[in-house]
Design a protein around this ligand. Structure first.
Ligand code: XIL
Length: 445
């Protein structure tokens, strides 16, 4: 069997930048695709939104409101729509602070994410002491009342928040609501659908970012079950509170993609990443790229405006500093949003002919980047029966693969074959300071 590679292209970072500059020059000639100067406008170019959490008591701060009005096109009430805020006494509803946020947003042409109808945390005192049927009915009444009050004004509701346990169980979190019966979540979703048929209904949680974590798998199985039984669910929210102990996983886009493949939208709902400078900026870039790489990732919300507004202020996890100045992380997010797809157009394409007729083409595209790693994607066309060789250059190492069955010819040369997941596969490269893209070549098996 003699198969000859016709061409193998290796593209360096320098030529990537040249390509990007050439692309930008072309784009600026076309008025329809000029770069946007705010997060919301930049996200809208790909049909997405960019939102923030808002606190009602900060709406009188003109620096805060100035950034809010300028940059964001989606708003979440940070605390004002939670159960303790909206039903402080049983059967007595209170919407003053939530309304201030909703009205301010709608007056400015922004949409609103509702957060959250049912949750084990931030329950009013009267509810914390309830159990059994009384609690189940009180919860359902709360969902119905609040969702009905805001009917027609909410883009998406976090119907249930944080119902899964951390750790290795993959099961539900113990709570008073969980003890009313395992069907409490679907009951809440059905009540929300009846109350506001126009709102997208989301399940929202944290520590569900890493595809290999048990909690992620547990939520995935629930959504799969809901879809198969017709329980009304439209979206899954990923809170995305990251720090050095809980960094952005390199398989993030896989997680988003796999949930989306269940037939739900995915949204990044409470993003913050502790850190500073270029390290923080790169992580923000990776998260934004992961969303843009998934068609059904409809938007990103950051959990506050300035670092000083954050619930984790000491970790300086947001896009604006305490004075309201744009941070490096802001610029990296804006640049990715302006890039539209989050992936650079295909560049390293190698075709290898097959003596038996036919052939195949392997196309490399950039995935997310972190300070120490980057992801690459390869899409094969021309055959379902391919063998792709991926060659990295020293000191790079491929540390993970997905959607392929991989073997190794040497430390630098990986052979990838189909594993039934389709014709796109990916991998993570520890770059060791070498940002060059790998070379790829394809042959028919
Ligand atoms: C946080 C708020 O930011 C704080 O102001 C409040 O004291 C506690 O709740 N997951 C969620 C959010 O779903 O509602 C939480 O918000 C952060 C974690």
């Amino acid at each position: 069997m003699t198969l000859t590679a016709k061409s193998v292209a290796r593209v360096s970072l320098v030529s990537t930048l040249v390509l990007a500059a050439a692309g930008a020059a072309l784009l600026s000639a076309s008025p329809a695709s000029g770069a946007a100067s705010t997060l919301g406008a930049a996200a809208q170019q790909s049909g997405r939104y960019f939102g923030t959490a808002v606190a009602a008591n900060k709406l009188s701060d003109s620096t805060y409101t100035g950034i809010l009005n300028r940059e964001f096109d989606m708003v979440t009430a940070e605390n004002e729509m939670k159960m303790d805020a909206t039903e402080p006494n049983q059967g007595q509803f209170s919407y003053g602070n939530a309304d201030r946020i909703v009205n301010q947003a709608r007056n400015q042409g922004k949409r609103v994410r509702g957060h959250a109808l049912a949750w084990h945390s931030q329950q009013p005192g009267w509810m914390q002491n309830m159990s059994g049927t009384a609690l189940r009915n009180a919860m359902l009444n709360h969902v119905t009342q609040v969702a009905s009050y805001y009917r027609g004004k909410i883009y998406a509701w976090d119907v249930v928040n944080e119902a899964f346990a951390d750790g290795s169980s993959g099961g539900r979190r113990d709570s008073n609501l969980q003890r009313t019966g395992n069907d409490w979540i679907e009951a809440a979703f059905r009540a929300a659908r009846a109350a506001d048929p126009g709102a997208k209904l989301c399940y929202n949680d944290y520590n569900t970012d890493n595809w290999s974590h048990a909690k992620t798998q547990g939520v995935y199985r629930m959504v799969q079950d809901f879809k198969s039984r017709g329980v009304p669910i439209d979206c899954v929210g990923f809170q995305a509170h990251f720090n050095s102990g809980n960094p952005v996983p390199s398989n993030y886009h896989t997680t988003l993609q796999n949930f989306a493949a269940l037939g739900v939208d995915v949204q990044i709902t409470e993003l913050d990443i502790e850190g500073s400078g270029s390290t923080q900026a790169q992580q923000y870039q990776g998260v934004t790229q992961a969303c843009l790489a998934v068609a059904r990732c409809t938007g990103i919300t950051v959990w506050g405006i300035r670092d000083t507004d954050s619930w984790r202020a000491s970790g300086t996890p947001l896009l604006f500093d305490g004075n309201g100045n744009k941070k490096a992380a802001y610029t990296s997010v804006l640049n990715v949003l302006n890039n539209g797809t989050g992936t650079t157009p295909p560049t390293t394409t190698t075709t290898t002919s097959n003596p038996g007729g036919g052939g195949c083409t392997a196309t490399y595209s950039e995935g997310e980047k972190w300070n120490d790693r980057f992801n690459g994607l390869v899409t094969v066309s021309g055959t379902d029966n391919w063998i792709v060789t991926v060659t990295v250059s020293s000191p790079q190492r491929i540390i993970a693969t997905w959607n392929t069955s991989a073997s190794w010819e040497s430390a630098n040369v990986m052979t990838a074959r189909p594993n039934g997941s389709g014709n796109t596969f990916g991998f993570t490269i520890m770059h060791g300071g070498n940002w060059n893209w790998p070379s790829v070549s394809c042959r028919v098996a």
